[in-house]
Write a protein that binds this ligand. Structure first.
Ligand SMILES: [Zn+2]
Length: 238
């Protein structure tokens, strides 16, 4: 009869013999450790999606509108270029070439000799003019850009731009002094009649040095759009 109370006493003793508390604590610790490890692992992974989303806002990587004040231009197609000098060294786009010849003839009839100094240029030619000359003259890019466009950013690529001199005053070729020649005076009065305008007058909005010798053709829709669309300017009023 004594066994029953003993057994009854043993029963409550038997349950603590299985250490549920420790097991639960162990489980909690185990789960906690796994959770912590997973947390660390996720924390290491999360930077990746963050960096992937970073490039998404692209205000800084916006399309290049200009380089040191110069606007981007495409090269004219070879088939649309014609010689404007006897030796074939200077070419313009067909429409611009025809009007330049007309303009040159008209000037000649009035005793003014226009000299074509430079017309169409490839990006490779401009690369030389910008980088090689820059180094030869020990110029910084910003200094060089005031007087020459970086490759890909010259109006000469279009075949619509031409550097004009006074054949009677070669010392003023490609110089601001050109503005004191009869040729420049004649151009100021008459160039618009032939569809040409000065690209970089004094204090031009692009911040390019004054170039009285550099004229561009804007006498047809393609040339007009080429230059005025590049500058994001509204079309000329009719
Ligand atoms: Zn020029």
């Amino acid at each position: 009869m004594d066994e029953i109370p003993i057994a009854q006493r043993d029963l409550p003793d038997a349950s603590p013999s299985v250490p549920w508390g420790r097991i639960l604590v162990g489980i909690f610790l185990g789960v906690g450790a796994i959770a912590a490890a997973v947390g660390l692992w996720l924390a290491q992974l999360t930077p990746e999606p963050v960096t992937e989303t970073e490039p998404e806002p692209e205000p800084e990587a916006a399309p290049i509108e200009n380089v040191l004040g110069h606007l981007p231009y495409e090269e004219a197609g070879e088939s649309d270029l014609v010689n404007i000098t006897a030796d074939g060294s200077i070419r313009l786009r067909t429409a611009a070439a025809a009007r330049y010849q007309e303009m040159s003839e008209a000037a000649r009839r009035e005793g003014v000799l226009l000299a074509a100094l430079s017309g169409y240029r490839t990006k490779a030619q401009q690369d030389y003019l910008f980088f090689q000359i820059k180094e030869q003259r020990n110029q910084r890019p910003s200094e060089r850009a005031e007087v020459s466009a970086p490759p890909g950013f010259s109006e000469h690529h279009t075949g619509y731009a031409i550097d004009i001199g006074d054949a009677n005053v070669p010392a003023t070729h490609l110089s601001p002094q050109f503005e004191n020649t009869p040729a420049f005076a004649w151009l100021e009065t008459n160039a618009a009649r032939y569809g040409f305008e000065l690209s970089f007058p004094r204090d031009n909005p692009q911040g390019i040095a004054y170039e009285p010798w550099h004229w561009r053709f804007v006498g047809d829709m393609d040339s007009l759009e080429t230059f005025y669309r590049a500058q994001n300017l509204p079309p000329i009023n009719p």
